[in-house]
Ligand binder design. Structure first.
Ligand code: GDP
Length: 296
């Protein structure tokens, strides 16, 4: 593993104890380590730049007090800035709209969209006692609609019956209609993904969104996305318009830098995190925990 940031900054800055305040030069050396730590945590380069700049502004000229080592002081500035950038905790899915409330799930293939659709449906059913309908709009991957049907059977949540050959936009309209007729409070649309961002995918998502008018559009993204996180989040937000993020595979070894990157470029809240394959492996987002993890 890497040395943690506190040790690295300690060796650079702790000799300054007893001096007045942090100079530009002291901070310069420390920021190189901050930058390295963030890149090791897989935060995108462009997000690291802006972040380091904000830390610089807060650290230069900061008074060195006796009670706290300079290294710790800078770690605290970094930690606070991480928490601030990551956003507030406890922002969950907003279902405050006329029934059926439409929730649209978007993301790249393999990001965990279908699994997360099942998890969210179960959470809403269990915790809020709402009646949920799940619909797969993924006509790209032959097994996708079947996968969602099985999740429905496993969790006891309704799924929209599959009609072979129907277009995603038409499935979206049918899902909303079925939810109205079936007395469902919430309808979750699980859309298709691709291995990378492309124009037809974005066009399809934009059309589905226009047709179904979702109250929430959640981007599901793998926490291990790395440097591509910015591009993925920015593309979906600009082309489709998202209302929040769900980070999956937070149970893995990754340091979670993608969370910071995606949040920083979109400004959209991280609403939930996926921590495993099981249907109950979905947790609320706690910025402090992710900040600790990014710092290692
Ligand atoms: P989709 O293509 O975006 O619909 O992705 P899937 O929902 O099919 O998920 C792809 C794989 O990732 C499956 O094997 C899931 O079980 C797994 N997966 C999804 N979310 C998580 C998570 O939070 N943690 C772990 N460890 N695996 C996950």
């Amino acid at each position: 593993m890497f040395d943690n940031l506190q040790d690295r900054l300690g060796s650079i800055l702790n000799g300054l104890t007893g001096r007045g305040s942090l100079s530009d030069k002291d901070v310069q050396a420390a920021l190189r380590e901050v930058r390295r730590a963030l890149l090791e945590a897989d935060v995108s380069l462009e997000v690291v730049r802006g972040f380091v700049e904000r830390v610089r502004e807060k650290a230069v000229g900061a008074e060195i007090v006796k009670s706290i080592k300079p290294g710790q002081m800078v770690v605290k500035i970094v930690h606070d800035e991480l928490v601030e950038t990551l956003g507030s905790e406890g922002v969950t899915i907003d279902l405050n709209a006329a029934a059926p409330v439409v929730v649209m799930m978007v993301g790249l293939q393999g990001s965990g969209k279908t699994t997360t659709t099942g998890k969210i449906a179960k959470r809403i059913t269990d915790r809020e006692r709402k009646k949920v309908l799940m619909a797969s709009l993924d006509t790209q991957r032959p097994a996708a609609q079947e996968q969602l049907k099985q999740l429905g059977e496993q969790t006891g949540i309704d799924t929209l019956p599959v009609i072979a050959g129907q277009k995603p936009t038409d499935i979206a309209s049918r899902a909303v209609q079925a939810a109205k007729l079936g007395g469902h409070d919430v309808v979750i649309l699980d859309t298709a993904g691709r291995t990378h961002i492309d124009e037809p995918l974005m066009q399809e998502m934009a059309e589905i969104r226009a047709r179904s008018r979702p109250h929430e559009t959640l981007l599901v993204a793998d926490a291990l996305t790395g440097q591509d996180a910015v591009n993925v989040a920015q593309s979906f937000d600009e082309r489709v318009g998202i209302t929040g993020l769900v980070l999956t595979r937070m149970d893995g070894d990754g340091r979670g830098g993608a969370a910071l990157s995606m949040r920083a470029v979109t400004g959209k809240p991280i609403k939930l995190i996926g921590v495993g394959e099981k249907m109950d492996a979905l947790e609320e987002f706690h910025p402090k925990r992710i900040a600790d993890r990014i710092l290692g």
